[in-house]
Design a protein around this ligand. Structure first.
Ligand code: PEP
Ligand code: MG
Length: 589
C-alpha cells in the first residue's frame, strides 16, 4: 500500500479480470464464523446433535437451490459449480464423516464439521493439478454455509444491492458471486483469491474488471469511498485525486473502445502482417463455454479439459453421460475442430472403486495418462464416448502427460479394442481421427522426433512443461518467483519440439497459459507454432496482436532471443524490439 500527498491510497493486488471501472465502493460485510468451540456431548445427545447437523445441511442446500434458480443466464458456469456444491453437501467425505465424528468422538456438530473440512481440504491440497487443488475452496464454501446455519448467522445477500457499485469483499463464494446482477456490479475487489479463483473466473466470464489478493482492501476501503479498479494492472486507487480520476477516465474510455474494436473483428482470421495465417482457438472445461469461444472469434476448441464431469461425485460418469456432453460440444462447434483431451486427473481423490493414493510427490505421481492406463476400464469408457462423438463433427483426440512412446502405443491398442467393440455394438463412431499428444514433460520434448512418427500433432502444455523443465512445483508459492515461460531453457525446448514436428510434417500447437500473453507472441511466432489455444476472452487480443506482427521479423528476433542467458534480458529485448506495438496493446488488454 502506498499513500500519495493527495491522500489517495494505491493498493496492489493480482489482476483477476482486465478493464477499468470507477465508482463507489460497497463493502460486503459478512459476519464470519471465526472461533469454533469444541465441547463433548453425552451418548444420549448424539441423535439430537446429528439431527441439528442434518437440519443445517438441509437449510444450506435449500438456500443454494434458491440461488441457482435465480442466477442469471451468463453465469451458467458458476451455476454448474453450485450444482456440484449441492452434491458436496451430501458427499460422504463431508456429510458422512461429520456424522461419524459426532457419533464416535461425542463432540458437537460444529467441531466435527471443522475437523472433516480440514481433512477434506488437505486431501485436495495434495493434488498437484491446480484446477483440482483449487476445488478445496468448494469444500470450504460448502462447509462455511453449513456452519453459518449451525450457528445461526445470516448469509450475505448480494442480490439486494440496488445501486451501481464496486464490490469490496474479503472473499466471495461462488454462491455469492452467482447472485450478481450485471447491471448493478461494475467490478470486484477481494482480499483473498488469485487468478484461478472462482471470483476471477466469473469476472472474466462477465468481462467485469477485478483485482484480487489485495490482503487488506476490506480494512482500508469503506462503503461509498470512490475507488478506481484497474483490473489490467491489478491496482486499486482509493479516494483518487482529481488528476488521477481524469487520467483513468481517459484510460477507461480507451480500453472500452479498443475492446469493442477488437471484438468486432475477432471472427476474422489471425493473419500476420506478412500474410501467415494462425488458428486461434479456445480452451474450455464445460459445453456452456462454447458460446464464449464463438463470440470471441475462436477458430475451434484447442483444449477441452474433460476433468469437470469426474469431479465431486462418488462414481465415474458412464459412457452415455460423457458421449452426450462431447456430442453437444462437437455439434455446436462443427465444422470447426474440437480437441478433446483425455482425463488429466490423479488418483489422489476419494472416488469410489479407486483407493486414495499416498504419494509423496503427487506432481510426479499417477496422473493423467498414467492413471488412465492403470485403470483401462475407466479409460475405455471415455475413449468409446470420444470415438462416438467423432461421428458428429470434427474431433481431435489429445493425450496428456505423455512421457514416452510406450504410452502412445498402449493408448492405440486400447483405441483399437474400443473401436472393435463399438463396431460389434453397431454404434456410430469414427476411429479415423487426428490423434495428438501434449508435450508437457521434458522427456517427451526430447523425444519429439520419435513421437512425431506416431501421432498427428503436438500441443505444448507450458503450464506443466515449465514446471517439469525448471523443477518448480507450479502450485508452490515459495518457488513461484522462478516460474517463467521465458526462461531460455523453456524457449529452447519449445523450439526443439516445433523443429522436430516440422521435419516430420506434423503441426505443433500451444494450449498452455504462455499462449495467451501477448508479450510472448514474437517468440512463439518466431519459433513457428501453427496454432494457439487459450481462454476465450483472450482470443480477440491475441488475434489483433498477430495482425500487427510479421513472422519474418519474429524469426529474426528469435535468433537474438536464443542468445540470451537470462529470462529478464529476453523480456527486455522483447519490449525494446516490439515496444510500441506491445505496450499500446498491453494496456488495452
Ligand atoms: C498445461 O499444462 O499447459 C495445460 C494446458 O494443461 P493443464 O493446465 O490442464 O495441466
Ligand atoms: Mg498440463
Amino acid at each position: 500500500m502506498s499513500q500519495t500527498d493527495t491522500s489517495e491510497i494505491i493498493l496492489k493486488g493480482i489482476s483477476g479480470s482486465p478493464g477499468i471501472c470507477i465508482g463507489k465502493a460497497y463493502l460486503v460485510d459478512k459476519e464470519g464464523v471465526d472461533v469454533i468451540e469444541k465441547y463433548t456431548i453425552s451418548k444420549d445427545k448424539v441423535k439430537k446433535e446429528t439431527n441439528r447437523f442434518r437440519t443445517a445441511v438441509t437449510k444450506a442446500k435449500n438456500e443454494l437451490a434458491d440461488i441457482i434458480k435465480g442466477a442469471p443466464e451468463e453465469l451458467r458456469r458458476s451455476v454448474n459449480i453450485l450444482e456440484t456444491h449441492l452434491i458436496l453437501h451430501k458427499d460422504k467425505m463431508l456429510y458422512g464423516k461429520t456424522i461419524d465424528i459426532i457419533k464416535n468422538e461425542l463432540v458437537n456438530a460444529e467441531w466435527a464439521l471443522k475437523k472433516t473440512t480440514a481433512q477434506a481440504k488437505s486431501m485436495f491440497n495434495n493434488i498437484p493439478d491446480p484446477f483440482l487443488k483449487s476445488r478445496s475452496v468448494d469444500i470450504e464454501h460448502v462447509s462455511e454455509s453449513i456452519m453459518r446455519n449451525l450457528v445461526g448467522l445470516k448469509d450475505v445477500n448480494i442480490s439486494n444491492i440496488d445501486k451501481r457499485v464496486i464490490l469490496v469483499a474479503h472473499n466471495l463464494s461462488p454462491a455469492e458471486t452467482s447472485q450478481i446482477q450485471l447491471e448493478k456490479i461494475m467490478g470486484f475487489i477481494t482480499d483473498r483469491g488469485g487468478k484461478a479463483s472462482h471470483t476471477s473466473i466469473i469476472a472474466r466470464t462477465l468481462e467485469i474488471p477485478a483485482v484480487l489478493g489485495l490482503d487488506n482492501a476490506t480494512r482500508v476501503i469503506k462503503t461509498d469511498d470512490i475507488i478506481i479498479v484497474d483490473g489490467s494492472e491489478g491496482i486499486v486507487i482509493v479516494n483518487p485525486a482529481e488528476e488521477t480520476l481524469l487520467r483513468y477516465s481517459v484510460l477507461r474510455e480507451k480500453f472500452e473502445t479498443h475492446k469493442a474494436d477488437i471484438l468486432r473483428i475477432s471472427d476474422r482470421p489471425a493473419e500476420s502482417s506478412d500474410g501467415q495465417l494462425f488458428s486461434i482457438m479456445g480452451n474450455i472445461e464445460l459445453p456452456e463455454e462454447i458460446v464464449a469461444v464463438k463470440d470471441h472469434g475462436g477458430d475451434g476448441i484447442g483444449l477441452f479439459r474433460t476433468e469437470f464431469l469426474y469431479l465431486n461425485r462418488i462414481n465415474f460418469p458412464d459412457e452415455q453421460e460423457l458421449f452426450d456432453q462431447y456430442k453437444e460440444v462437437v455439434e455446436l462447434m462443427a465444422p470447426k475442430p474440437v480437441t478433446i483431451r483425455t482425463l488429466d486427473i490423479n488418483g489422489d481423490k476419494e472416488i469410489s472403486s479407486v483407493p486414495t493414493l499416498e504419494e509423496a510427490n503427487p506432481a510426479l505421481g499417477l496422473r493423467a495418462i498414467r492413471f488412465c492406463l492403470k485403470n483401462p476400464e475407466i479409460f475405455k469408457t471415455q475413449l468409446r464416448a470420444i470415438l462416438r462423438s467423432a461421428a458428429y463433427g470434427n474431433v481431435r483426440l489429445m493425450l496428456p502427460m505423455i512421457s514416452g512412446c510406450d504410452e502412445i502405443f498402449a493408448t492405440f491398442k486400447l483405441l483399437d479394442t474400443v473401436a472393435e467393440s463399438l463396431e460389434k455394438d453397431g454404434l456410430a463412431y469414427n476411429r479415423d481421427i487426428k490423434i495428438g499428444i501434449m508435450i508437457e514433460i521434458p522427456s517427451a520434448a526430447i523425444m519429439a522426433d520419435a513421437m512425431a512418427d506416431l501421432v498427428d500433432f503436438f500441443s505444448i502444455g507450458t503450464n506443466d512443461l515449465v514446471q517439469y523443465t525448471l523443477a518448480i512445483d507450479r502450485v508452490n508459492r515459495h518457488v513461484a518467483y522462478l516460474y517463467n515461460p521465458l526462461h531460455p531453457a523453456v524457449i529452447r525446448m519449445i523450439k526443439h519440439v516445433v523443429d522436430a514436428g516440422k521435419k516430420k510434417n506434423i503441426k505443433t500447437f500451444m494450449c498452455g497459459e504462455m499462449a495467451s500473453e501477448i508479450i510472448n507472441l514474437p517468440i512463439l511466432l518466431g519459433i513457428g507454432l501453427d496454432a494457439l489455444s487459450m481462454s476465450p476472452q483472450s482470443i480477440p487480443t491475441i488475434k489483433n496482436m498477430i495482425r500487427k506482427i510479421s513472422v519474418k521479423e519474429s524469426r529474426l528476433f528469435l535468433k537474438e532471443a536464443l542468445k540470451q542467458k537470462f529470462a529478464i534480458d529476453t523480456m527486455q529485448l522483447i519490449t525494446d524490439t516490439f515496444g510500441d506495438t506491445l505496450t499500446n496493446d498491453i494496456y488495452a488488454k
